[in-house]
Design a protein around this ligand. Structure first.
Ligand code: GDP
Ligand code: MG
Length: 311
């Protein structure tokens, strides 16, 4: 996908957020030509309502007030520029596409049920394959019978191989098989899909730790990445859930799904600030080409770009 198509996808994916947040900002700014405290308070409210989160909002607004004072801005139009710069400042730069340094590169995908893990595995497999990588998917969500079928459909769509076993098999065993197979078959990237909830008494965090340990028996430095998938629609609640995973699963980055389904895309800023983790990818739809590498410049440009075009 070319850069322009990518930008368009992200822009479309952010259209609800743009309508909620950027249109609100425009109204605030057009309503008053001169900057005053009240105007900045209104911007603060707009940030909070877009789920930017309290911590990041305080920082952004604090900086804006300081800059207005220091640089002597009066015209309210300048706030649009300041806001864009400040939001970008508090976003963590992610390196986008996967940096595969040694092969096989192992990526574990974790998160609660329904956030979009399996879909993300399929989309990521597709992206990596288009990038010329040999990809193998491991079906380590062995707790639901339907999980295998769903993942197999994604693997077929992406045109990559899958390692799966009977439902109920130990997830660690599936991961072990997949990583061993990847080593012997010269695979570049292994994507391990995991369960979000267990129907047995086993604790999910313990199960994830076990998968890690088993994978490390084959490749000591694996998994090279652990992506925690968060659903943008759940907003701040998702952040509370997220903390549980951070230590147990050794999360290295976030995949934020369903941005297209929320008006609160500001959650990206909250994630960066409150979890101190980069957002590596964003999901902007249900299609196989709807997972986009996160890039902060593209993100703010898409967020603040002109009104939705319907072409
Ligand atoms: P899992 O339980 O974490 O594996 O979640 P699934 O991958 O099964 O996804 C749950 C639902 O979320 C499915 O209906 C997906 O189509 C949907 N979904 C996943 N990512 C996105 C996204 O970026 N945008 C939208 N609109 N839906 C998504
Ligand atoms: Mg799943």
């Amino acid at each position: 996908m070319g850069l322009l198509d990518r930008f368009k996808k992200i822009k479309e994916g952010l259209s609800r957020t743009r309508t909620n947040f950027v249109d609100k900002i425009s109204k605030i700014i057009t309503g008053k030509t001169k900057i005053d405290d009240e105007l900045i308070d209104e911007i603060e409210e707009a940030l909070l309502s877009a789920d930017v989160g309290y911590t990041a909002t305080e920082k952004i607004v604090g900086d804006i007030r300081a800059r207005v004072k220091a640089e002597g801005y009066e015209d309210s139009q300048v706030l649009r520029v300041l806001l864009k710069e400040e939001i970008a400042k508090y976003l963590i730069e992610a390196d986008g596409a996967e940096q595969v340094r040694s092969t096989p590169h192992i990526i574990m995908i974790v998160g609660v049920n329904g956030v979009g893990k399996t879909t993300t595995v399929g989309k990521l497999a597709y992206n990596l394959r288009n990038d010329g990588k040999k990809v193998l998917i491991a079906a380590a969500d062995t707790f639901r019978a339907a999980a295998n079928e769903q993942l197999k459909i994604w693997a077929d769509r992406a045109g990559v191989d899958i390692v799966q076993q009977q439902p109920g098999t130990d997830p660690g065993a599936v991961a072990y098989d997949a990583v061993s197979a990847a080593k012997s078959r010269g695979i570049d990237v292994v994507l391990i899909d995991t369960a979000g909830r267990l129907h047995t008494k086993t604790n999910l965090m313990e199960e994830l730790k076990k998968i890690r340990r088993v994978v490390q028996k084959v490749i000591p430095e694996a998994p090279h990445e652990v992506f925690l998938v968060l659903d943008a629609v759940t907003g701040q609640n998702g952040l509370v859930q997220a903390r549980q995973f951070l230590d147990a699963a050794g999360v290295t980055g976030i995949v934020l799904t369903k941005l297209d389904g929320t008006a609160k895309g500001g959650i990206v800023v909250a994630i960066n600030q409150e979890l101190s983790l980069p957002v590596k990818y964003i999901g902007v739809g249900e299609g196989i080409d709807d997972l986009q590498p996160f890039d902060r410049k593209t993100f703010v440009d898409a967020l603040f770009s002109e009104q939705n075009s319907h072409d």
